[in-house]
Design a binder for this molecule. Structure first.
Ligand SMILES: [Zn+2]
Length: 302
């Protein structure tokens, strides 16, 4: 075993002076927050930045990007990072830093002075992630770990499919909001998309999707306009004064907000049908019955 000094190409992979690998350093800085930033929450590829070179991401193919190591020999000079292998190019295409759930703005990650993600406009927020790949795996993971319900229609409307999955939270706090998007034919013709959000107060995800500028609904009409079944309970939904391109409703289920936003507005006719929502946390097998299709545009962080 080599006891020589270790070199860290790219700042993370340790190569000793003989070219052998030494174990990666424990993921912790002085403040102990690096582990929060780098450790995957529900989907390693989407949570870590594209520059993360930790052991849970490394592969022999990746190492060629940063360095070339002759087996049993000494490391050569690093290869310039301009040329990406297809694997890394794909990873960068599906990797995105978390954004503010309320405005989609960039965030300042936790640092020495704060353990929260921070938006310039909204202060401390729960970082919002969009699953750009492996939506099925993300859903399964949320079903196991989310602190709030993961609502999905059961059964899905005819010919509808999953078009997006998102969540807000980090490794330390868990998911404080979940978002499930589905697309399919509108009852009045043409394509439609529906996003279901469960979130704790002040997250601001459902509110943004509904077109509001405040994180929570301020005033609800006295009479709810729709009623659905959520986790076996009749649940009232109140209409929200949304922009004309969509219809938005909000209610409360299992102690947190339940938002239902539909595009276009007349897709709200779906709610007149007997819409049943199940919490994926109650039955992980619900994922097995879902169809996954092209990503929609309304849950996207791009
Ligand atoms: Zn913001």
């Amino acid at each position: 075993m080599c006891h020589g000094p270790a070199r860290r190409p790219g700042g993370s992979t340790d190569i000793c002076h003989r070219g052998g690998q030494v174990p990666p350093p424990k993921h912790q800085n002085r403040a102990g927050w690096a582990s929060i930033v780098h450790q995957p929450h529900v989907e390693a590829e989407d949570d870590c930045g594209s520059d993360c070179r930790n052991s849970h991401h490394r592969s022999p193919g990746d190492r060629d990007i940063r360095e070339r190591v002759v087996p049993g020999g000494t490391p050569r000079e690093r290869t310039p990072q301009k040329k990406l292998t297809p694997r890394v190019a794909r990873r960068r295409a599906v990797t995105a830093p978390p954004v503010c759930p309320a405005c989609l703005g960039g965030l300042v990650p936790p640092n020495l002075w704060s353990d929260r993600w921070r938006c310039e406009s909204h202060g401390d927020v729960e970082p919002f992630h969009e699953a750009r790949s492996s939506r099925e795996q993300v859903l399964r993971s949320l079903g196991r770990s989310s602190r709030v319900p993961v609502w999905l229609p059961s059964p899905m409307p005819v010919h509808w499919f999953v078009s997006g999955v998102g969540w807000a939270g980090d490794e330390r706090t868990g998911a404080h909001a979940t978002a499930f998007a589905a697309s399919g034919p509108s009852p009045v013709g043409g394509p439609a998309e529906m996003v279901l959000v469960a979130e704790t107060p002040r997250v601001g995800l459902g509110s943004r999707l509904a077109g509001l500028t405040v994180p929570d609904p301020e005033r609800l009409d006295e009479v709810p306009e729709a009623k659905i079944e959520a986790a076996g309970h009749p649940t009232a939904l109140w209409p929200i004064a949304a922009p004309p391109d969509r219809a938005a409703f909000v209610g409360e289920a299992l102690g947190v907000w339940l938002w239902c936003v539909l595009w276009p507005a007349d897709a709200a006719l779906l709610l007149l049908e007997h819409l049943v929502m199940e919490d994926l946390r109650d039955d992980p097998r619900l994922v097995d019955r879902l169809l996954f299709g092209a990503p929609g545009s309304h849950l996207s962080t791009r």
